[in-house]
Design a protein around this ligand. Structure first.
Ligand code: ADP
Ligand code: GN1
Ligand code: MG
Length: 369
């Protein structure tokens, strides 16, 4: 799947939402791998246009969109109530009939968000301050959801971070070898098998009750936090489609994977990829200083770096699986895109392993474990 232009029926979709002003234009937006995201400009007679973010939700991946939107509605309402009317927290625009999502004539599901103005996302961290801010924002986000009312959130993608399931999906894709690519990727296949045992570590701790489930974001990529254009302070955590029960370690791990890495996830030169140790330190400091810091037990603190390695391995497995299956899950820009992504992830796993000494020292100094 590749990036999608604004569809011809887009004005029809927008007609179902109460916009402030006249619809002027829309354009593809952001670099997400899953949904189709568009920025919408409206003219309300002011010099600056009013903007929205419209998203067509990928319903091949999110199979129960109404359930997903119920989660998003609950989470945004809860965060909105906590952060107050002047915050820039992510906020939905309900359709004219009051629903949080509408369906177009082709079966596509659409939602609309207020545009978070005066803020931006980055695909890579380029300063310690940015890393610290992301860690604080994702930690606080999780703490704010600890008292979410209304019972357990729905699992929008079952077994999302169940690394053992991810491994079995990979094994099946390899056995099927649908598009005949297995022969090109033997080193990656060997690497995937060589680290198989890691898949069970956190699941084992969970089964033994040593770590516990909470409401987590589960996709704490650095480009899912919006930073203020002037101060670089985090103003909103976005991409709430996978907010559901999970482990805080998954959130820290995803953050480490995307924020303490030396190059882009899809750098075609995997040798450019390594752990940026100073950013890792700052992430641990920032996460522990956030509101969630006090909640993590010693086992969780001791597994922070392991979680980063595990999430990196898991993403590598997922990219490899998608490559073997013929690129049906993630958006790609060229035929080897998923393979490039897989290679950077496995390179990062190796680098995290090679930095064990530095990691141990940092966890001792900063996390007391
Ligand atoms: P995906 O699931 O495809 O990653 P996201 O919800 O993360 O989709 O959106 C993709 C990108 O669009 C984000 O990285 C961000 O840059 C931008 N974006 C999303 N929502 C907003 C918003 N409400 N205001 C401003 N920009 C947004
Ligand atoms: C996807 O939606 P986006 O681009 O933020 C994926 C994450 C992966 C990530 C890899 C729902 O995130 O799980 O870690 O790509 N989201 C989903 O870059 O599968
Ligand atoms: Mg995103």
């Amino acid at each position: 799947m590749s990036a999608t232009p604004v569809p011809a029926h887009f004005p029809e979709v927008l007609r179902q939402f109460p916009l402030a002003g006249r619809y002027v234009s829309a354009a593809p937006y952001g670099s997400g791998h899953i949904n189709d995201t568009y920025v919408v400009h409206c003219d309300e007679g002011r010099p600056a246009p009013r903007r929205y973010v419209a998203q067509r939700i990928n319903h091949h991946i999110f199979r129960n969109v109404p359930a997903l939107m119920e989660n998003v509605q609950r989470v945004t309402a809860h965060l909105g109530a906590k952060t107050g009317p002047n915050s820039r927290a992510l906020a939905l625009v309900s359709a004219a009939d009051g629903r949080p999502v509408i369906q177009d004539e082709f079966g596509g599901w659409w939602r609309l968000y207020h545009f978070v103005e005066g803020a931006h996302t980055v695909d890579r961290v380029t300063s310690e301050a940015e890393a610290r801010e992301a860690a604080r924002a994702f930690g606080d986000f999780q703490a704010q959801l600890a008292d979410l009312p209304g019972g357990r959130l729905q699992e929008t993608i079952p077994n999302f971070h169940h690394t053992r399931s991810r491994f079995e999906n990979f094994r099946r894709a390899l056995a099927e070898d649908k598009v005949g690519r297995a022969k090109e990727v033997q080193p990656e296949i060997d690497f995937a098998f060589s680290r198989e045992a890691d898949a069970d570590v956190l699941l084992g701790l969970l089964a033994q009750g040593q770590v516990s489930e909470r409401v987590t974001h589960n996709d704490t990529k650095i480009n899912n936090v919006m930073l203020d254009d002037t101060t670089n302070r985090a103003v909103a955590v976005i991409d709430l489609d996978t907010v559901m029960p999970g482990l805080p370690l998954y959130d820290f791990g995803e953050m480490m994977r995307t924020s303490a890495s030396s190059t882009a996830e899809d750098d075609p030169k995997a040798e450019n990829m390594a752990l940026v140790v100073p950013y890792f330190r700052v992430l641990v400091e920032g996460y522990l200083a956030s509101a969630v810091g006090g909640v993590l037990n010693a086992t969780e603190r001791a597994h922070l770096a392991f979680a980063g390695k595990l999430m990196t391995y898991e993403n590598g497995l997922r990219f490899l699986t998608d490559y073997l299956q013929g690129d049906t899950y993630y958006k790609i820009k060229h035929p080897r895109h998923n393979l490039d992504r897989c290679r950077t992830q496995f390179a990062l796993v190796r680098s995290i392993e090679a930095e064990q000494e530095a990691i141990k020292r940092i966890l001792g100094e900063v996390a007391g474990v």
